[in-house]
Design a protein around this ligand. Structure first.
Ligand code: SB7
Ligand code: NI
Length: 185
């Protein structure tokens, strides 16, 4: 079971490396990792389990965050209470094949399980993306995402290329952005 102890923090070089593309079929070890990463997200979003194991809630977890430099990330964006998740899958070798010109940022900024401090500021990303990825069985998917799920996937894809959310923040003017960009509550 993955806990906070397994998650590496900023300063560790793996977080700044370009992760290796996966090849199919995934190895048993890689399949186990995908399972464990999604299980971590489910556990982290369950208040009782999260409290018991001291898990910080997460909507995504990328393999480099558990010190595996592989292009794979699990994403679990909850839907409205009692409804299906807005997005749930482990994305392998993901590529953004097109995106909106429109930018969007979360009003609260972003955080990261690998960053143990608050870094305030808008992280402006693409509001809408078309994402191509493979699932753990090697099936190709091409999907369109917008708003929060699109932002989460961009945060995870960044991890696969050694980028952290605060790289996108204008630290001189952290909460200034273009008037065309969307602020997501
Ligand atoms: C805010 C939080 C996340 C993504 C986008 C906005 C995920 C935080 C958890 N992670 O560190 C996953 O990499
Ligand atoms: Ni992160």
């Amino acid at each position: 079971m993955i806990t906070m102890k397994n998650i590496i923090r900023e300063g560790n070089d793996t977080l700044r490396a370009e992760a290796k593309k996966a090849t199919f079929p995934l190895t048993d070890e890689q399949l186990q990792l995908a399972h464990d990463m999604m299980e971590f997200l489910e556990n982290s979003q369950d208040p009782k389990i999260a409290e018991k194991y001291h898990l910080r809630a997460g909507v995504g977890l990328a393999a480099p965050q558990v010190d595996v430099s592989l292009q794979m990330a699990s994403v679990l964006v909850p839907g409205p209470e009692g409804e299906a998740p807005l997005f749930k899958d482990t994305i392998v070798n993901p590529v953004i094949i097109s995106h909106s010109v429109q930018g969007a940022a979360l009003s609260e900024g972003e955080g990261c399980l690998s960053v143990d401090r608050d870094v305030p500021g808008y992280v402006v990303r693409h509001d809408r993306i078309t994402l191509r990825y493979y699932d753990i069985d090697g099936n190709q998917h091409k999907i369109r995402l917008k708003n929060y799920p699109a932002i989460v996937c961009q945060h995870e894809i960044d991890h696969l290329h050694g980028i952290l959310f605060y790289d996108h923040i204008d630290h001189e003017h952290p909460f200034t952005m273009e008037s065309e960009d969307l602020v997501i509550e």
